[in-house]
Design a protein around this ligand. Structure first.
Ligand code: NAD
Length: 459
């Protein structure tokens, strides 16, 4: 049974000081458009709101409002049918005040420069919040990986690695997997980089999220989902929710969603609704999250898992509509698919107590305002999904020190980083009396602000 007690007051939601969009003078000074539907501007607006509350010097707000480098490349790849296709790739390096740029590579048909800029900015904030010595970057290739063969994906990856090799490196910019890429992609990418960068020591450390056999870390694959669960375990008691008695909905059943679901289920939480690009399902008794992960690996999505219901009692689910998925009454809603899926409309349908953002920027500002107004707690992406970059950092440390950690050490260190980041966010929230997203940005900006104060600005 779900536990539906009143939310505690200690971290009850409080709104941002203003609901207006883009009121900062930084926009005028930098000649930036005011477009409330642009995901980059949404992200920077939330960061600038936090910066104002923290009294971060104006020159730092200007610096953070734009990435340091934005690169676009075009490269040809021979497809299986013998024809050549031209691909567009991106690498955005947002900020490196705290260390090398760090952030994933996304393969998706809708990848755009502004998306990559937003994700790079979020990486800067995430690394600063969780205190790993990295800055923020992000990249991607505009393509549909589901429509390409394995060989085509390999050739695209190798050409992309070649096209951006001059601007990345194990001590300058370290990519990782994201939507549409995985450990295999990282193996091809690092092999290409190492082949053409013979003088670079530790060249395979140019990316993280590699397979364990070629320098990956134990625990990296599940790390982001595990971080979501670690943060929930830390925060739920203050909301007077018992994880073992909670129900949850999971949007997206890929790397982040499926691991968050499996690890939450291991703590007794019942996953009663799931949705991905193939469909939505409900099972009030709680899904067998392992069996569902196996189904997704085999069939490419959750659709069809209902068929198992006849064979194995309580395993499969009943197909439901998108609206029914969002409206399912649960304690915890975990968006772990793409950006902007919790918008004004879907937020209006949602019936939950906590949103744990597994995906990056899954909630639009309008959706967020509505959820906060309705007393729903939002645990922001830069806190909730920081587990991935944290274990990426552990992988990089292992590569650099030629060592291999056991899984217990990875899990323990990850938990320590996630719990400390949650506590840092809570402290900022209490001090500045703001919502959790603003608090997480404040805690991150404090760290970046101190680094700039100490380093100064060249010359
Ligand atoms: P993934 O490709 O493994 O999974 C993406 C999921 O989204 C799939 O289940 C897919 O079906 C679903 N999806 C796509 N379009 C959808 C739609 N229109 N409706 C419903 N579902 C849809 O990707 P991932 O690595 O799990 O990443 C998910 C999110 O988490 C992204 O925002 C990513 O940036 C973020 N993230 C990932 C990591 C990581 O370590 N993989 C780390 C931090 C943040």
């Amino acid at each position: 049974m779900a536990h539906h007690s009143a939310p505690a007051t200690i971290i009850a939601p409080t709104s941002r000081p203003h609901d207006g969009f883009q009121t900062s003078r930084v926009y005028d000074e930098l000649g930036m458009q005011r477009d409330p539907n642009n995901v980059y501007l949404q992200s920077i607006d939330a960061v600038l709101t936090a910066a104002e509350m923290l009294n971060l010097p104006h020159y730092l707000q200007l610096i953070l409002a734009q990435p340091q480098n934005e690169t676009m490349v075009h490269f040809p790849v021979k497809m299986d049918d013998g024809n050549y296709a031209l691909f567009k790739g991106y690498r955005v390096q947002h900020n490196n005040a705290l260390g090398p740029y760090k952030g994933g590579l996304r393969y998706h048909e809708h990848v755009s420069l502004d998306d990559v800029k937003a994700l790079a900015l979020l990486m800067t904030m995430k690394c600063a919040l969780v205190r790993v010595p990295y800055g923020g970057g992000k990249g991607g290739v505009k393509c549909d990986p589901y429509k390409m063969s394995r060989d085509e994906l390999m050739r695209v990856t190798r050409r992309f690695a070649f096209a951006i090799a001059h601007m990345i490196g194990p001590d300058t910019d370290i990519p990782a997997p994201d939507v549409g890429t995985n450990a295999q992609t990282m193996a091809w990418f690092s092999d290409t980089y190492a082949t053409i960068s013979k003088s670079v020591p530790d060249a395979m450390a140019v990316v993280t999220g590699k397979p364990v056999e070629v320098g990956g870390s134990l625990g990296r694959e599940k790390a982001t989902g595990q971080g979501v669960v670690d943060v929930l375990a830390e925060v739920l008691p203050e909301l007077k929710l018992d994880f073992a008695k909670c129900t949850a909905s999971v949007l997206g059943y890929g790397n982040v969603g499926s691991w968050a679901a499996r690890l939450a289920a291991q703590r007794g939480c019942k996953i009663i609704a799931v949705m991905d690009h193939t469909g939505a399902l409900r099972n009030d008794a709680g899904f067998d999250t392992e069996a569902l992960a196996e189904h997704v690996a085999k069939h490419g999505g959750v659709a069809g898992f209902e068929k198992a219901a006849g064979k194995t009692k309580g395993v499969g689910g009943t197909p439901i509509s998108t609206k029914e998925f969002y409206a399912t009454k649960v304690d915890i809603f975990i968006p772990a698919a793409l950006e902007q899926m919790v918008n004004e409309e879907s937020a209006g349908w949602m019936d939950c107590k906590v949103v744990a953002e597994g995906a990056n920027a899954p909630t639009t500002p309008a959706g967020e305002r509505l959820l906060l107004k309705r007393g729903i707690e939002i645990l922001p992406a830069i806190l909730c999904n920081a587990g991935g970059v944290t274990v990426s950092y552990f992988e990089w440390v292992q590569n650099k020190t030629k060592s291999a950690w056991d899984i217990e050490k990875v899990d323990e260190e990850l938990n320590r980083h996630m719990v400390m980041a949650a506590r840092r966010t809570r402290l900022a929230r209490q001090k500045y009396e703001c919502d959790m997203r603003t608090a997480a940005y404040i805690a991150a900006l404090e760290n970046i602000g101190k680094a700039y104060q100490l380093r100064g600005i060249f010359p």
